[in-house]
Design a protein around this ligand. Structure first.
Ligand code: ADP
Ligand code: MG
Length: 233
């Protein structure tokens, strides 16, 4: 099948060809991604493992539109990211992606409900509707009873579940998680993993997880490994 035929049958797949990225600090240029190639159907669970410093977060940041490639093509869920300007990338980030980080990145002075609802207001949804969507998302992650708690009144696992609610409530086609269990104990890590997989099954988004955890890594339908700046299966 030619590329265009693939895209017609699955326009939301991830297709990457010869993606390169390097960082310059002073005179020193570090090549981080040295030509990545990937073709993965939509609604997949993808895990990415690899040594610290191998470029996993750099790759995730390019998929999320936070960072841009030096060269190569990056097509994600119908978006040609390598061709987009900053304003288009901002719209892509807001509407098509949800991100989950190792250290949760919740706003400390907002409660759980506000942490989920505020990004929705910012993206133009009315206050009342945003609150309603946020409430539903928090109930989906089992936090109906914790909505008025601030992050420092929640456990690590609960904070991560707020972050997951915030990521999924916009109904994005891609959820990216960078070491989502890296700061959790075993039991909370298992709960978070189960929740992510369960939400993926119900909502059908593509789930891309960077992890050090072998157990989590083995759950991917597509298990990728980063080594020496390239992807190996
Ligand atoms: P990983 O997530 O696999 O641990 P990263 O993608 O964070 O790896 O980093 C890969 C390499 O790129 C590292 O050597 C890191 O120091 C370098 N790097 C990452 N981001 C930047 C940046 N903004 N400026 C300069 N170097 C960076
Ligand atoms: Mg990283």
């Amino acid at each position: 099948m030619r590329n265009s035929d693939f895209l017609q049958t699955d326009p939301k797949r991830i297709q990457i060809s010869n993606l390169r990225k390097s960082y310059q600090s002073g005179k020193l240029k570090t090549e981080v991604l040295k030509g990545l190639n990937l073709d993965i159907p939509s609604a997949s669970v993808i895990t990415l493992m690899g040594a610290s410093g191998s470029g996993k977060s750099t790759f995730l940041n390019i998929l999320s539109g936070i960072d841009t490639p030096d060269s190569g093509e990056v097509l994600v869920n119908g978006n040609y990211l390598h061709l987009m300007r900053e304003t288009e990338l901002t719209k892509y980030r807001r509407e098509d992606t949800g991100i989950i980080f190792q250290f949760f990145h919740l706003l400390p002075y907002l409660n759980a409900l506000e942490n989920v609802a505020v990004p929705l207001y910012i993206s133009g949804i009315g206050k009342k509707e945003a609150k309603q969507i946020a409430k539903e998302a928090l109930s989906q992650v089992g936090l109906s009873e914790r909505m008025s708690h601030k992050p420092d009144e929640l456990s690590g696992g609960e904070q991560q579940r707020v972050a997951i609610a915030r990521a999924v409530c916009k109904n994005p086609s891609l959820i990216l998680a960078d070491e989502p269990t890296g700061n959790l104990d075993t039991k909370n890590a298992e709960n978070v993993i189960r929740l992510l997989i369960d939400l993926q099954n119900r909502n059908g988004f593509t789930l891309f997880i960077v992890t050090h955890d072998q157990n989590l890594g083995s759950l991917g339908e597509f298990r990728l490994k980063m080594a020496d700046g390239i992807l190996v299966d």
